[in-house]
Design a protein around this ligand. Structure first.
Ligand code: Z5A
Length: 212
């Protein structure tokens, strides 16, 4: 596959992005594909430092600082991992990307969408996902899944319900080239099947239809 494929998973916390990412990687590997899986923020030394600062409940940060930290982490990940992998013809599967900043710092934190896009254009040097799968679940379902898992709320998750409702609404209305919505309220296998159907529809030669 020349030019690679940039595939992004998005959605509120607890939507099942990490679970779906693991299942997709497993299924791709079974087909002989060799995807590179990353998550944001993180994936490089400096980006993991930014992640720790961003998610630490003890950090005090307003949305402008968050925007720059998340985007700095993204710049390093894109330039040092994502772009080289895509240029090598690999599939890159990213758990979150720019849509997260638009949803959390934009819709949630009240920052201007055009400014977020401008800063991110510097970070990504114009790289856009080929396919984005938005996992649709209510904030309540996502949070209850995290609680079942015993995950403590990080600094962003600790925002109030109104913040998370704005984030969820931004995800629900996300639209544009390559953006597909998946009903993530079903079982992990059902979510995987829906995701695979979209991948097959978009790239039938790379992702054949068929059994899991
Ligand atoms: N953030 C931001 O503000 N701005 C940005 O630009 C970026 C990020 C990039 C990163 O947190 C935080 O940074 C995030 C947004 C913000 N904070 N918030 N809020 P993270 O990396 O810790 O990830 P997260 O996405 O918020 O949380 P998560 O729990 O890892 O969500 P997930 O990956 O979507 O879910 P999961 O780990 O796959 O599943 C959660 C639990 O549900 C687990 O026990 C699963 O077994 C279970 N699960 C998964 N799928 C299902 C289904 N289908 N049914 C039932 N149970 C399921």
């Amino acid at each position: 596959m020349s030019g690679g494929l940039f595939l992004v998973l998005e959605g509120p916390e607890g939507a099942g992005k990490s679970t779906l990412a693991r299942a997709l990687v497993k299924r791709m590997r079974a087909l002989g594909l060799d995807p590179v899986a990353v998550r944001e923020p993180g994936g490089t030394g400096p980006a993991e430092h930014a992640r720790a600062a961003l998610l630490d409940p003890a950090s005090e940060m307003e949305p402008q600082t968050e925007l720059l930290f998340f985007t700095a982490a993204r710049a390093h990940l894109v330039q040092s991992v994502v772009r080289p992998a895509l240029e090598g013809g690999r599939i890159v599967l990213s758990d979150r990307h720019v849509l997260s900043t638009l949803a959390y710092q934009g819709a949630g934190g009240g920052l201007d969408e055009a400014q977020i896009r401008q800063v991110n254009a510097v970070a990504t040097q114009g790289l856009e996902p080929d396919i984005t799968l938005v996992l649709d679940v209510s904030p309540a379902t996502g949070r209850s899944r995290q609680l079942r898992e015993g995950k403590a709320a990080d600094r962003i998750e600790a925002h109030d319900d109104a913040f998370h409702d704005r984030v969820a609404a931004a995800y629900r209305r996300a639209a544009g080239p390559g953006i597909h919505h998946i009903d993530a309220s079903g079982s992990p296998d059902e979510v995987l099947d829906q995701a695979w159907r979209v991948l097959h529809q978009e790239r039938p030669d790379t992702f054949p239809a068929g059994r899991r």
